[in-house]
Design a protein around this ligand. Structure first.
Ligand SMILES: Cc1ncc(COP(=O)(O)O)c(C=O)c1O
Length: 393
């Protein structure tokens, strides 16, 4: 049997083995950026579902409009515009199967087989998988402490053949936790316009800021219709709802909606209705609790890494989201380091998995503090720290 070129890159991805490894209950799982069970608004979801099933069952269970329900789109618009004007009147909102689906729709919208997509280096590994499965050629752009390196970006935007899209994660980036500075957000919009390269801004962690001021989305600075923004309910309600959205200007937005409709008509009507009610009733109490939870865990992990690690180890300081990116000095054997951590029951994701190119040289790994309690954070950081002293001599 022959498999298509779409699936071949996925067979070699580390995702399957990473998931298989996680079945051991004694592991401390710092490898996955999932919300913890206690973060789900279960009672509210149950009450809304019961009420709607009693009062309006057919609208929960019937087909809805391709591209998503109008009431949910209106709720998303209000939610996104409540801090900064993000959704304009000529923007089109498409309800997607999580932000993940918006990534593949964007590649479908802008790219033909073999076209180049620029992305941060490192970036979200499941986005790399999705884009590779669509036969895109991925080119990584260097990262700095405040997000993508603009000089490298501009150089790569001038490549031949011309890149067809830029994929960026603007707040609390996966895997580095880095937040894109405001001046870079503006500059990215200008570069996108100058080189006519559309941008997909992926921002599922935006609401999880626990330090510093909220910065407007990249999309807020776009005056030329070059930026689509995707986010989802996964990190603020529950990932199993599979409700996300992409907001894009004019024809670009229409393109997303048409592609979504042709992919699977629309997402679950039930989940769309529940999310719509949650947004309309308000999610602020839940968001405050989530920010407290992640803020506590993120600060604790950062402090413990500083306490236990070898002084030559560098790690990012999270202002939100779920991730810390740890980097050992050049030449450290990262696969061996990660395997040895696993032998000690601590699971992290080796940095090489997050690079479009040359990942094998990475001496970094990603930590997520979303699922670990205080005792697990302390114990795992102490194990990590001890191992850094062995590897950084
Ligand atoms: C940067 C980024 N984008 C997109 C996703 C996909 O999220 P979902 O499809 O659940 O909205 C994730 C999930 O971890 C992520 O980290």
């Amino acid at each position: 049997m022959n498999f298509s070129n779409n699936v071949l890159p996925l067979f070699v991805s580390g995702e399957e083995s990473a998931i298989a490894k996680l079945s051991d209950p004694t592991l401390i799982k710092l490898s996955i950026g999932n919300p913890p069970d206690e973060g789900f608004p279960i009672e509210r979801i149950r009450a809304i579902s019961e009420r709607l099933l009693k009062d309006d069952p057919y609208s929960m269970l019937s087909y809805s409009t391709p591209g998503g329900r109008a009431d949910l789109k209106a709720a998303v618009k209000t939610f996104l515009n409540r801090r900064f004007k993000t959704v304009n009147d000529d923007d089109v909102i498409t309800i997607t199967g999580g932000g993940q689906q918006a990534i593949s729709l964007a590649a479908q919208l802008f790219c033909n087989d073999g076209d180049t997509i620029l992305c941060e280096s490192p970036t979200f590994m499941a986005a790399l998988d999705t884009l590779r499965s669509m036969s895109a050629k991925l080119v990584g752009v260097n990262m700095e402490d405040d997000g993508i390196d603009l000089q490298d970006l501009e150089e790569k935007m001038q490549m031949e053949p011309k890149p067809k899209m830029l994929y960026i994660i603007s707040d609390f980036q996966n895997p580095t936790g880095i937040c894109l500075s405001e001046h870079k957000r503006k500059a990215i919009c200008e570069l996108a316009y100058k080189y006519d390269i559309p941008v997909l801004e992926d921002n599922p962690y935006y609401e999880l800021r626990f330090e510093g001021e909220f910065i407007p989305f990249v999309k807020c600075f776009d005056t030329h219709g070059m930026v689509a923004l995707t986010s989802s309910m996964s990190k603020i309600v529950a990932p199993g709802m599979r409700v996300g959205y992409v907001v894009a200007p004019g024809k670009m937005g229409e393109g997303f909606s048409l592609l979504k409709g042709s992919a699977d008509l629309h997402g679950s009507t039930w989940a769309q209705r529940v999310c719509c009610e949650l947004l309309n009733e308000g999610l602020e109490d839940e968001l405050v609790s989530l920010r407290e939870l992640y803020g506590h865990r993120g600060r604790l992990m950062y402090e413990r890494l500083g306490r236990y690690c070898h002084p030559s180890v560098k790690f990012t300081k999270p202002q939100g989201g779920m991730f810390i990116w740890v980097t050992l000095p050049d030449g450290c054997d990262m696969p061996a380091f990660v395997d040895e951590l696993m032998d000690n029951k601590v699971v992290v994701v080796s940095g090489d998995q997050f690079f479009a190119e040359n990942g094998e040289n990475s001496t970094s790994f990603r930590l997520s503090y979303s699922l670990a309690n205080d005792e697990q954070i302390d114990r795992s950081c102490s194990i990590i720290g001890e191992l850094t002293h062995k590897y950084c001599r």
